[in-house]
Design a protein around this ligand. Structure first.
Ligand code: ADP
Ligand code: MG
Length: 566
């Protein structure tokens, strides 16, 4: 007997579902894109338990006739293309006819829909791929989709998402993705009956950005507008000074949200030395190009696009952003930190980096190491503003300056923190922060963990918070910056080591954030200071994220390299 069989439909549908609707957020994306394709002007989304128990999307779009409702959840059932030719110049969000099919096979889905010219709507429920009867239902024009118990028949995935505390923010992220590309459409999103987002219809991209992100970010946006014969690029990028605490990157190709690492890289390169080496510029960019020059059918969730003339597009982006950054007045306003700058003026720091200045200010408290320790008497060479090189009796030592400082700060903070938790020695503060709805959710999700850590806050209006208590060791830091960066880190869950303890995690984040970076010039005294302090840490082989801090090349190895005998 041969070894090949044709898979049963039920298996095929679960496989397809795995690709298209791998998460509750992906389901929400598909449903709201259907609403947009149906020309809805208002879309209301409600989710329970990050979407795992319920997702409900209500739109006021054109709706479906009874006969369409009957087949809309079948595989490859679509109203959006008829021929292969249509497919090549697709303008709608959907076209594969896979979303409802995939969702229906892993949940219980109920679709109610009413077209404008009929008196009543129709309702259909499908339980794990099996459809019930269609019944009439009274409802306004449009479509309502309710997805109950997603992944009911995929227990591993269900458990996986159940243990993810920030999963609902992924849904929010997807809604923001789509909402930015469709500013004329009104959106609202509720999670467990709490409103996470409310966006009125008929906005511009710029006003919408003001609704979605903190006002401060929007004030620091630069407009991009560029065209060549075929391609138009427009949108907004962040000014360099607001880039270091910003991770907002939105790219649209013919109004479709796309991820493209190369473009992110190019955009960052355009900022050049205006940006700290690890800072991330935010952007919302729209690329409009002829449909025959782009293939959006290369990813199951359509998150990637392939361009025919990639280089031309990249060059245009590079040109547009470099030009904008060149024209705009990008002078930093760093009045508070200016004096620190001047004292380091001869140390060739990158021009106008308030963040670095802040760190240098802080570093005075961090670097005051005790005396009577063995000192380094050899010269320390800094290469590429990245590594420190020095002689050891047994060979040559290479140190990663960022990882080293990170390790030092980490142990410093940890020690202080341990002392403080024993003495419960927290400080009162009154610091106000405004954050995006997304980060507000992250902050709320970590309320208890942060409290245990010594950070307490109160809600203060829409997505504004008043920080009321902080651990002592944060007192000398720019609390606003530290907390904002902390939330962003928590959101991205950047840590690679399994550190369950939020305090340790937070301290590691802080150490990483506050440490000097690759690219920072260090004076000979600072190099010495750094290495001496490093030798005194408890574990100086890796940074808190597990990367190596230093490498030793032994005399024997050196000898071997140069083929010296003996
Ligand atoms: P696709 O979007 O690729 O066509 P879907 O499985 O997402 O595939 O949807 C199948 C069809 O169901 C769509 O082509 C559309 O005709 C119809 N449909 C789905 N959602 C809606 C909606 N919210 N309003 C009107 N029609 C819808
Ligand atoms: Mg669709």
């Amino acid at each position: 007997m041969g070894k090949i069989i044709q898979l049963p439909d039920e298996v095929i549908s679960k496989i397809a579902a795995g690709e298209v609707v791998e998460s509750p957020a992906a389901v929400v994306k598909e449903l709201i894109e259907n609403s947009i394709d149906a020309r809805a002007t208002n879309i209301n989304i409600e989710i329970s338990d990050a979407g795992l128990t319920k997702i409900r999307v209500v739109d006021n779009g054109e709706g479906m006739l009874e006969e369409d409702l009957r087949i809309c959840f079948r595989r490859h059932a679509t109203s959006k293309i008829r021929t292969f030719d249509d497919f090549l110049k697709i303008r709608t969000c959907g076209f594969r006819g896979e979303a409802l099919y995939s969702i229906a096979s892993v949940s219980t889905i109920t679709i109610k829909s009413k077209v404008k010219d009929s008196l009543a709507g129709n309702k259909l429920s499908i339980e794990q791929g099996v459809a019930g009867d269609i019944t009439p239902v009274g409802m306004p024009n449009g479509t309502e989709v309710i997805v109950d118990d997603i992944f009911i028949n995929l227990p591993v995935r269900k458990t996986y998402f159940n243990t993810k505390p920030l999963e609902h923010t992924k849904v929010l992220d997807k809604v923001i993705d789509t909402a930015l590309a469709n500013p004329q459409v009104g959106f609202s999103l509720k999670h467990n009956d709490r409103v996470l987002l409310h966006l009125p219809k008929n906005q511009t991209v710029h006003t919408r950005l003001g609704y979605i992100f903190d006002q401060e970010m929007v004030q620091h946006l630069l407009k991009i507008e560029l065209k060549d014969a075929h391609i138009r690029i427009w949108g907004y990028i962040t000014k360099p000074q607001s880039a270091s605490s910003s991770t907002y990157q939105y790219l649209y190709v013919n109004n479709r949200p796309i991820k493209n690492k190369e473009i992110s890289k190019i955009i960052k390169e355009c900022y050049g030395t205006l940006l700290d080496i690890r800072a991330i510029p935010g952007y919302v960019l729209f690329l409009e190009l002829p449909y025959e020059l782009v293939d959006i059918n290369v990813h199951p969730q359509k998150l990637v696009a392939k361009f025919v003339n990639e280089t031309q597009i990249y060059n245009l982006i590079r040109e547009g952003i470099t030009k904008t950054l060149g024209i705009e007045d990008l002078t930093y306003k760093y009045s508070e930190v200016k004096s620190e700058f001047e004292s380091f003026a001869n140390a060739k720091r990158k021009k106008g980096d308030p963040y670095l200045a802040q760190k240098l200010k802080d570093s005075t408290t961090v670097w005051n190491f005790k005396t009577n320790q063995k000192t380094l008497d050899k010269d320390i060479l800094q290469i590429h503003n990245l590594y420190l090189l020095t002689e050891l009796p047994q060979g040559l030592l290479v140190v990663d300056q960022h990882a080293a400082h990170e390790r030092i700060l980490y142990e410093d903070f940890l020690e202080q923190y341990k002392k403080e938790t024993i003495s419960n020695d927290y400080v009162d503060t009154e610091t106000y922060i405004d954050v995006s709805p997304l980060l507000a959710e992250v902050l709320r999700s970590y309320t208890n963990d942060l409290k245990n850590f010594g950070i307490e806050f109160e809600e203060f209006g829409k997505n504004s918070f008043k920080i009321t208590k902080i651990p002592h060791f944060l007192e000398s830091q720019n609390i606003k910056v530290v907390i904002l960066e902390l939330i962003e880190d928590l959101q991205q869950n950047k840590t690679t080591v399994a550190m369950n303890n939020i305090a340790v995690k937070t301290i590691a984040f802080l150490a990483c954030r506050l440490a000097i970076k690759g690219g920072d010039y260090l004076t000979p005294a600072e190099r010495k200071n750094l290495l001496e302090k490093l030798f005194r840490t408890k574990s100086n082989y890796t940074c808190p994220h597990g990367r190596p801090v230093m490498m030793e090349i032994s005399n024997t190895e050196l000898k071997k390299m140069f083929k010296r005998l003996g």
